[in-house]
Design a protein. Structure first.
Length: 412
């Protein structure tokens, strides 16, 4: 079987949600599937670290050099010239003028534009609406990343339930897991960077793979250095963390308002995420509330440093108004960081009983959620234990196996 894989998002320099999904799924399929051939379609200049050599021989990379209309012209053209048995698009955009009768599989991550139209720019909302509706109608099969997204596809877009397969996103436990002692952390990092990420560790990671043998002192020193480089000068567990693109859907405005009302905590609030849209009011709010020294916006944090931020945080708080999945929540639980999440969309489904649920529209509810962790160390420790157990249900290998099963099903 020859599988066309749209990797237009997989190799961007600063990956977030959909991009991480594309990359991690492709990487896991490469470790799992040695039988089928993959034609991996990418954008220009995405291999600065000779990453091609890290992939199995049944993975052939094809660069589509277009800067505009990459999907509708470039990818569409490849479906005519390449002898594909199916095309997989790990996002919502399906080429219109693709080869007729070619089986197609599309992943739909969320329908945020349907539920929060006021928080999407006008051209973007129109495009998201059109492209998602088209993909849902025309694709042979749909992957939804949560039961909540499946329900939205059925109720909002009238998709037939039989056409939708729910496949959760995953988490790399070796990458994110921190232990309660530097000795255990050193072991985990050594196993991860040497045995799992060795081909790419030098380009993407903290340590060079050939010389990686960190001592406890080096691990502790490196963590301190990373925190200091990001301007986090307080000691361990003295900041609350939130991770996600800075946009209204993430509900940072109410989070900052709630944080301003936390009394005598001595805590900072650290928000990690690139600027999305409608971000200016969010960045200006701490100064208006007189807490600009206690709220830090880090924008994008390199993949190798983000685990350290999770590991040293008091908790992760995700007060989003809507999430199709919520990958940072899994990452935090894997890093032994307790989580506070909204009681909306997919988040209760992903967290189950391993996190504290809050009403994202109610500032007092957000305050209560934060105080439950700030003032109760036992609650925090219990959440950590529950989170460790919860992430056993999520892995990229499992995501890849279920996705591969759909490949085989629709190509027949």
């Amino acid at each position: 079987m020859i599988i066309g894989f749209d990797a237009s998002r997989a190799f961007v320099p600063q990956r977030t949600g959909t991009e991480n999904y594309s990359f991690e799924l492709l990487k896991s399929l490469a470790g799992l599937d040695k039988k089928n051939q993959y034609l991996v379609y990418t954008r220009k200049n995405i291999f600065p670290f000779k990453i091609k050599s890290d992939w199995p021989s049944n993975y052939i990379f094809k660069e589509i050099p277009l800067t505009r209309l990459w999907t509708q012209l470039g990818l569409a053209f490849q479906t005519w010239v390449d002898k594909l048995d199916l095309l997989f698009v790990p996002a919502h955009t399906l080429p219109i003028f693709r080869k007729p009768f070619l089986p197609t599989l599309v992943t739909i991550h969320d329908l945020g534009y349907e539920f929060l139209p006021q928080y999407h720019n006008f051209p973007q909302k129109i495009y998201l609406n059109w492209s998602t509706v088209y993909a849902v109608k025309q694709a042979s099969q749909i992957i939804a990343v949560s039961e909540a997204t499946k329900k939205d596809l059925i109720n909002k877009l009238g998709c037939q339930p039989a056409k939708i397969e729910v496949i959760y996103e995953g988490v790399d436990q070796y990458k994110w897991t921190a232990s309660f002692s530097p000795e255990q952390t050193a072991k985990i990092l050594k196993k991860y960077y040497l045995k799992i990420e060795a081909p790419r560790a030098e380009a993407r990671g903290i340590f060079r793979p050939k010389s990686f043998n960190p001592s406890v002192a080096e691990i502790t020193s490196h963590s301190s250095m990373v925190l200091k480089n990001h301007g986090i000068l307080r000691r361990r567990n003295k900041y609350l963390l939130s991770v996600g693109t800075i946009q209204p859907r993430k509900n940072y405005y109410r989070l900052i308002q709630a944080f301003a009302k936390i009394e005598n905590s001595g805590l900072d609030l650290v928000i990690v995420g690139k600027k999305g849209w409608m971000w200016k009011d969010i960045l200006a709010l701490p100064q208006k509330l007189g807490i600009e020294k206690k709220v830090k916006f880090l924008e994008y944090v390199p993949d190798a440093e983000l685990p350290i931020l999770y590991q040293n945080a008091l908790c992760l708080i995700t007060p989003s108004l809507y999430e199709g999945f919520g990958l940072p929540v899994l990452e935090a639980m894997a890093a032994h960081c307790p989580v506070i999440v909204s009681n909306t969309s997919s988040l209760p489904e992903i967290v189950a009983d391993a996190g504290i649920l809050i009403d994202p529209y109610n500032i007092n509810s957000i305050i209560d959620g934060m105080n439950s962790v700030i003032k109760n160390p036992i609650t925090r420790e219990n959440l950590i234990v529950k989170g460790i157990d919860r992430i056993k249900h999520f892995s990229w290998e499992l995501t890849a196996r279920k996705t591969l099963a759909i490949f085989e099903k629709i190509s027949q």
